[in-house]
Design a protein around this ligand. Structure first.
Ligand code: NDP
Length: 293
């Protein structure tokens, strides 16, 4: 079997174009409302700087306002909390995103908890996590939301399928497992203490790899006909060219021989994460303007 390549770039483009139309319509019909996203970066991590630039660029593409706050790595927790209080109170700001990871002296949970849940476009606040878990309307984490959209591109019928999520982080693995459960899959979560990962993979009709280890999931572990979503973004040195390149968590070429469909890295889940951030910012704007939740 040669796998269908699930094109995250094309899907993300289509979603962003729909968001742009919706935003333009909202501006005309609803008294000039323009969604505003504040992106806060603390420190000078180069990868984070790239992510922040991409988020700002996407805001422009869909017609949102973006507000960048770049703070030095010496910023105190109190200073950051002060900024979040201002952003919570600012009616121009509909979404607040704090780029992770934060410097070690700042407690991530304290910061996430300080964001007004209705502006929490990352979907990390415990109120959103709890609402999501109990099936209430919520802002949901962008990466797993994007993964679900990609799965729905290739099948409408996830019900009863065996799904394996490798990784149990709060931002990817756990919400991903919940979304697959809500789509009626039978879900297993694997992690670093899992006894026989290869065997777990062999049983999975749907495999989501989010462990952050390049090419860790071997092609031969993939069940024939499985749907494979590779969340991993790992920077490696290409042994042939000696240049840096991105690799996923799944051994791509070998997996293509067995999977029915698979996402590439890059060009799979990555673009969907940003598209879903735009989607969440639009949703947050609508909720703040009378849609309720
Ligand atoms: P974390 O480091 O927070 O979590 C990694 C998870 O993988 C942990 O639960 C860990 O288990 C598990 N794990 C690590 N090693 C193994 C192993 N050998 N076998 C089984 N499980 C293992 O990572 P994130 O969830 O934040 O990110 C995962 C990957 O996804 C990274 O490559 C990241 O760059 C990428 N990513 C991509 C995004 C995108 O937009 N495409 C967005 C966010 C992340 P344990 O809990 O036991 O330690």
């Amino acid at each position: 079997m040669t796998a269908q390549i699930i094109d995250g770039l094309a899907t993300a483009k289509r979603i962003k174009s729909g968001i742009a139309e919706h935003a333009a319509d909202m501006k005309i019909r609803q008294g000039g409302i323009v969604p505003g996203l504040a992106v806060v970066l603390v420190g000078d991590d180069p990868a984070s700087q790239v992510y922040v630039r991409n988020k700002n660029r996407s805001c422009e593409e869909v017609g949102f306002r973006s507000y960048s706050h770049t703070l030095p790595s010496s910023t105190t927790e109190l200073d950051l909390l002060g900024l979040i209080t201002e952003l919570n109170a600012n009616p121009q700001i509909n979404g607040i995103l704090i780029q992770l990871p934060l410097p070690d002296h700042i407690n991530e949970h304290t910061i996430i908890n300080a964001i007004d849940p209705i502006k929490d476009v990352d979907g990390f606040h415990p109120v959103n996590v709890g609402r999501h878990m109990t099936g209430l309307m919520s802002l949901t984490p962008c990466t797993p939301t994007g993964c679900m959209i990609l799965l729905n591109e290739v099948t409408q019928d996830l019900g009863g399928k065996k799904a394996l999520v490798v990784g149990r982080s709060n931002i990817v693995g756990k919400p991903m497992a919940l979304m697959l459960l809500q789509a009626n899959c039978t879900v297993t979560i694997a992690h670093s203490r899992t006894q026989d990962l290869a065997e777990e993979c062999r049983q999975a009709d749907i495999l989501v790899a989010a462990l952050g280890r390049p090419n860790f999931i071997k092609g031969e572990w993939i069940k024939e006909g499985a749907l494979v979503i590779d969340v991993g973004i790992n920077r490696i040195t290409d042994p042939e060219t000696g240049k840096n390149k991105l690799a996923g968590d799944v051994e791509f070429s070998a997996a293509c021989e067995r999977a029915a469909a698979i996402t590439p890295v890059p060009g799979g889940v990555g673009p969907m994460t940003i598209a879903c951030l735009m989607q969440n910012t639009l949703q947050a704007t609508m909720m703040q303007n009378g849609w309720g939740w």
